[in-house]
Design a protein around this ligand. Structure first.
Ligand code: X5A
Ligand code: ZN
Length: 631
């Protein structure tokens, strides 16, 4: 199933006919720049091209008043002076004789996209539209927006397709107050918006854009605002907002469809947003949303005024919708204090309404939680690391049998393919008895063949390093972990133990319930992975891993993010063919199956998670979801 690209050239017609410095940035070149770039990158050709239709007046009426629709209809015959006078009655709006036609195409494009996705013609898609929609209200144009494209699409999805839960993610840098007003009391639509706010000093200057606006009546908790109080928010801030705020709620909500108010004025270079997130960040945001709703994601263009940044961000979004892995994010992944304050205040405002934010440990200290301090091996023979890595290629007893050797051969072949960039990911099945040794060789080989940082997520009975005491002292493997180069992050998910042997060796229990598993992924595994920025991830499902298929698929799928898609999955030969198939699918960019109804984490799992986060937060900054307390 593919990706739809919905567009119509007519939408380049509407434009500003007089002088207005506030409105001049919303111009036709926004669409042509995005489309040209999609063509140049060969992405347009990979999509199912749909030509936008006009929405009917009945469809506009799903959200707008008949009087307002008539008012906009009548602008078609007005002269320039009259258009200017009428435009002046709204905030940041211009009308053009073609505006009504364009705005109906914009709504029609969003509806066509939703229809194509919900009838199974495509898996997901993007509607490239003008004018944008998210500021528009029942009876008012606002902020370049005439009809509320995404809001109409949401109501349509409920009415025509019988959906019950729709998530709207508004990553535009402005608050989509129009969407908020329309669905404030509606629990079937979860609306998330982050926006430049600066304590209310940024357009549209609304008190109700703050984090404490959470909806009303039945809709309490279904409006989620994340106000940014400083400019300059970057990749780490955006990813942290998804991991620690949006995604916990989204998984608990369990949407049937994700609509994205995809504004790219939140990207670097945009004159409105003044933010720092690079275009690649939108690939990650998209990928993080694709694990929801069985991958049914409909993105609809909103803002985005820096043509270069807009075009590149649109390409990143479409490329990810097509299933390609997201490119690695550049620079250190450390959210800023102001972002953490915002995330923390939004979490606090939402906590009364969401079980996923209420993780309470049974007690602050627990007997079965141990912290083992790292032995002081960091100084030892650091320079010999490379040599030592090579020397590790010694025969393993368990690899002596033929099947084991064959499996190992496949693994090394795949590993080289991944590290050379010929393939992005792979799956290897090993005889159960050889699982540990195979993983051991994979790690050595990965490190000696060009991986700078290797993340190993091991489930079940897989120990590494396999021999902690060796050569009468600390093993070579442990020294690799402790080496100042910090090249391996080892995360073991199994058993009962929560322990941080060092910041590079972490054990956590396998959570028993879906809620616990989700908070482990969102609250521990992905923050560690995004902080570490590995260039290769090994996911090893060892003996007795105890992981359900959908959980394994979700974990594997989400670990593609931090490693530029370079994931090698190791499973046991006697795993079910369904497990291998599902992992192959997600590694190809398909959506993991949905996890079904949410169940809250067990107190023990919550406790293990809290403990580990507390231990590791100072080192791995993406784990943070609250600012440091001033001394
Ligand atoms: C869709 C959008 C912004 C309006 C800004 C007015 N509108 N200053 O990005
Ligand atoms: Zn905007």
């Amino acid at each position: 199933m593919g990706t739809a690209l919905v567009y119509h050239e007519d939408m380049t017609a509407t434009r500003l006919l007089w002088d207005d410095p506030e409105c001049e940035i919303e111009r036709p070149e926004r669409l042509t720049a995005a489309l040209d770039r999609l063509r140049k990158c060969g992405l347009e050709q990979r999509c199912l091209r749909l030509s936008a239709r006009e929405a009917s007046e009945e469809e506009l009426g799903l959200v707008h008043s008949p009087e307002y629709v008539s008012l906009v209809r009548e602008t078609q015959v007005l002269g320039k002076e009259e258009l200017q006078v009428l435009s002046g009655q709204f905030d940041a709006i211009y009308f053009h004789p073609s505006t009504f036609h364009c705005a109906r195409l914009a709504v029609g494009a969003a509806l066509q996209l939703v229809d194509a996705v919900l009838t199974g013609v495509v898996q997901n898609g993007l509607a490239l539209v003008r004018p944008p929609g998210h500021h528009s209200q029942r009876a008012a144009a606002n902020g370049f927006c005439v009809f509320n494209n995404v809001a109409i699409a949401a109501v349509h999805a409920k009415q025509k397709h019988g959906l019950h839960r729709i998530l709207i993610v508004d990553w535009d840098v402005h608050h989509g107050q129009g969407i908020q007003y329309l669905f404030e009391d509606d629990p079937s639509i979860l609306y998330f918006s982050w926006h430049r706010y600066e304590h209310g000093r940024f357009w549209p200057f609304l008190r109700e854009s703050d984090a404490d606006a959470v909806g009303r009546g039945q809709g309490l908790g279904f409006t989620v605002n994340l106000p940014w109080n400083q400019v300059g928010m970057g990749n780490a801030d955006y990813v942290a907002a998804f991991l620690h705020l949006l995604l916990p709620l989204a998984f608990e909500f369990d949407p049937e469809l994700v609509l994205v108010s995809a504004g790219f004025d939140s990207a670097i270079g945009d004159p409105e947003g003044q933010m720092q997130a690079t275009p690649a960040c939108f690939a990650h945001l998209t990928q993080l949303l694709q694990v929801l709703a069985g991958g049914r994601v409909c993105a609809v263009l909103e803002g985005g005024y820096h043509l270069e940044s807009l075009a590149e961000s649109v390409c990143m979004t479409v490329q990810t919708l097509l299933g390609d892995p997201a490119p690695p994010l550049p620079g250190p992944m450390v959210p800023c204090q102001s972002a953490l304050e915002s995330i923390q205040s939004a979490r606090a405002a939402q906590a009364p309404h969401w079980r996923s934010l209420q993780l309470q440990a049974v007690a602050l200290t627990a007997p079965d939680i141990t912290l083992v301090l790292p032995p002081d091996v960091t100084q030892q023979e650091g320079s010999a690391l490379n040599e030592e890595t090579q020397a590790w290629a010694r025969p393993h007893e368990s690899l002596a049998q033929d099947e084991a050797l064959t499996a190992l051969g496949k693994l090394l072949y795949l590993l080289d393919g991944v590290l050379d960039g010929q393939v992005s990911s792979g799956i290897v099945a090993t005889p159960p008895s050889a699982a540990a040794a195979t993983l051991d060789v994979a790690i050595q080989r990965g490190l000696s063949h060009g991986a700078q940082r290797l993340l190993c997520v091991a489930l079940g009975q897989l120990d590494w390093p396999p021999d902690l005491v060796h050569d009468g002292g600390v093993s070579r493997a442990l020294r690799l972990c402790m080496y100042p180069g910090r090249r391996i992050l080892w995360l073991n998910i199994r058993g009962k133990e929560a322990a941080a042997l060092s910041m590079f060796q972490v054990s956590t229990p396998l959570p028993v319930l879906t809620g616990g598993f989700l908070s482990c992924i969102l609250g521990l595994v992905l923050p560690l992975a995004y902080s570490f920025q590995p260039d290769l991830v090994l996911v090893a499902l060892g003996p007795a891993h105890g992981l359900q298929g959908p959980h394994a698929a979700l974990l594997t799928s989400m670990l593609r993010g931090p490693a530029g898609g370079r994931v090698l999955a190791l499973l046991e030969e006697d795993s079910t063919p369904q497990l291998a198939e599902i992992l192959a699918r997600v590694l190809h960019g398909e959506a993991p199956p949905s996890l079904g109804p949410y169940s809250v984490a067990s107190p023990e799992d919550a406790q293990a998670l809290m403990y580990l986060r507390g231990q590791l937060e100072p080192q791995w900054k993406m784990l943070q979801c609250r600012p440091h307390l001033e001394a």
